[in-house]
Design a protein around this ligand. Sequence first.
Ligand code: NAD
Length: 264
Amino acid sequence: MKYALLDRGDQLSRALSEEFHTLAKARGFTVNESSPDIVVSIGGDGTLLQAYQRFKDQLANVSFVGIHTGHLGFYADWKKDELTELLDLMASSTPQKVQYPLLQVEISTSSGRTVYLALNEFTLKSVDGTLVAALHINDEPFEMFRGDGIVISTPTGSTGYNKSLGGAILHPSLEALQIAEIASINNRVYRTLGSSMILPKHHHCDIVPDPEKKLYIGIDHLVLQMSGVSSITCRVAESKITFARYRPYPFWNRVREAFIGGSM
Ligand code: NAD
């Protein structure tokens, strides 16, 4: 098996990387940073997001495995003391391949169109104060948004920023995107829906900001500043991310572990 490994860079993650390489070599695995079968991330969800960004052009060929060094993560579900168990399973069994939807974000500016694929979410904020932008759904005007920003998440991203905004948690078998507001202004003059909306795969939404304004564009953990943005189109992407599951860990168990914990 060919694998690539990315760690968070702290002392513990680096030590675990060394241990992983030793255990993997003993089982005949080889490191291949350019065309791996498996991408292993050691750190937290943020490290897995970085690993995804690095290998997002090879999604059809790679599967991801996440090992966490702190609290259980959403994408990183192996504990630091389970490396031997994980490597033994990698050497002896065929994993279940679990696929999760991604979000396609097309940003149009005066200089052209750029397409991004987000694993968690797309975030839009204004650099100078209130974001003002028209929201269209399936090419029909829906509302004029005024407020701090808009977050459009994938199902697996629904437990991230979206959850802090009061959005719903979506099971990743649902091919959908979710639009959530960040502090919208609602009074007798300005009005938005107020609740988050879930769009199915065959729908899309367009955000039309003032092209004169500077914007913060967030794709997962990456933040860009852009100006001259004439429109942003979001839809469920055709491609998906694949995780290699060497043992079952149902999504709702993950949600309970992360947000509720304890026993009833
Ligand atoms: P970070 O270091 O600021 O960590 C943010 C936290 O979000 C971490 O605890 C991480 O484990 C958690 N997280 C990331 N993806 C998650 C997911 N899909 N489900 C549940 N929790 C998740 O930043 P990071 O580690 O680089 O992660 C970037 C992510 O942080 C963004 O994609 C966004 O989802 C999230 N975020 C959340 C808020 C908020 O809740 N107010 C604000 C900004 C970003």
